[in-house]
Every structure is written in C-alpha cells, then in structure tokens.
Design a protein around this ligand. Structure first.
Ligand code: ADX
Length: 214
C-alpha cells in the first residue's frame, strides 16, 4: 500500500488561527486518504502539546521548538511514504519555511492556509472560551489577539472557512491534491457521521493518536 498513487509521501501542512478549522478539515482529509487505502497520520497542535511537546508554552521560542519537532516527525513519516497531515497554528513564516525546506527533502509539502477572522472565531467558535479570556486580558500572548500570526504569502491553497462549508473546503483540498498528483480521484468517498466529528473535536486514543474506526 503506498501513500500516493505514485508511491511517494507528502505532507499537508495546515496553518491558521486556533479555531479557524484546521483540525476539522485535517480530520476529514485523514478519513478520505484512509478510504483510498493510503497510510496517513495527523500531527495536531493540541495533541502534540499533550505528548511530544508537553511542557512547552507559547513564547516565540517554545512555539518554534514545537513546530520544528512536528516538522522533524513529519519528515520521517513523509520519507517513509506516509501521507502526513500537520495542523499546528504555526504562526511564524520563517519557521514554517524552515520546515517546508526540511520536508521537501523527503517529499512534497502542501501549505494550506485556513483562514477565519478573529472576531468570527471569538463570537461563534470558541468552545474553550480561550478567545474571550484572551480579549479580556486573562490569557496573554494569544495568537491573533495579542500575539502575531503571519499568514503564508504563497500557500498552495487558502481555505476561507467564513465563506466555505467544511465539505466545500475538503473538496477544494482534494482537487488540489489531485491536481498535484497525490491522489487519483478527487471525489469524496466518505459520507455521514464518520466524515468528521465536529469542530476541533478529534477523538483521541490514550496515546494521543486519532482514534481508529470512527
Ligand atoms: S503553535 O503556535 O505552537 O503552533 P499549537 O497549534 O501547538 O500552537 O497550539 C495551539 C493550541 O493551544 C490552541 O488551539 C489553543 O487550544 C491552545 N492555546 C493555549 N494558549 C494559547 C496561546 N497563547 N496562543 C495560541 N493558542 C493557545
């Protein structure tokens, strides 16, 4: 079984604010790739911070360390033919570019900018109440509120989750992967409740991996 129909690995790297929709679309993509018989794995920001990056905070230095660790693992996976999905905020352009350069040694890197305005997220997509706390000054250095987010200048794809439904974003992503030669069929294969479990609601196993069999 190969990760792509030409047999090489690739890395889809989602970047964007917390709550923009990265994990939701990442999970939908995971199921689509699985349904095509491909080996795939997700490195999600929230999940990685419970394991690989446990103990790291949100200073620029700690965020960069987090992203470089994710990039390191992503390169190992990509090198071994896995369709690797990463979805940390990854707010700094220079650090994302460093990771891109590293991963491109082993396979393709597809930068997907998941965009939604801060106000929209704070008003309608803030299940953990983090934006409200950040806006009230109770949490410092929160990305998009009082900490920087540097959008990609030339992403392979930009998804505007204010305008598009998750299904529409997924379709545009599948079309992009098809155009770039990573999947042979851009038609969504997964429907119904298994498609995604809801906004940043990744179900995890004890080891922090995305649960099987959803
Ligand atoms: S990154 O900046 O290092 O890429 P990462 O994606 O791993 O961030 O983690 C972001 C998650 O941490 C958010 O989804 C949110 O739940 C939580 N979080 C806690 N504090 C902050 C903060 N100051 N800024 C951004 N996210 C935070």
């Amino acid at each position: 079984m190969s990760a792509t129909f030409d047999g090489s690995g690739f890395c889809v790297w989602f970047t964007g604010l917390s709550g923009a929709g990265k994990s939701t679309i990442a999970e939908m993509l995971f199921h689509e790739l699985r349904a095509r018989g491909m080996r795939t794995e997700i490195l999600d920001g929230d999940v990685v911070r419970q394991n690989l990056s446990k103990g790291l905070g949100f200073s620029k230095e700690d965020r960069d360390t987090n992203i470089l660790r994710i990039g390191f693992v992503a390169e190992l996976l990509t090198r071994n033919g896995v369709a690797t999905i990463c979805c940390p905020i990854s707010p700094y352009r220079e650090t994302r570019d460093a990771v891109r350069t590293q991963i491109q040694k082993s396979g393709a890197f597809i930068d997907v900018f998941v965009h939604a305005p801060v106000q929209e997220i704070a008003d309608h997509r803030d299940p953990k109440g983090l934006y409200k706390k950040a806006i009230a000054g109770e949490i410092k250095n929160f990305t998009g509120v009082d900490d920087p987010y540097e959008p990609p200048l030339e992403p392979e794809l930009m998804l505007d989750t204010m305008v598009e439904s998750p299904e529409e974003s997924l379709q545009r992503l599948l079309d992009t992967l098809h155009r770039l030669g990573h999947i042979d069929d851009p038609t969504p294969l997964v429907a119904g409740p298994k498609q995604h479990s809801g906004f940043t609601d990744l179900r995890l196993t004890g080891s922090g991996h995305v649960a099987e069999g959803r």
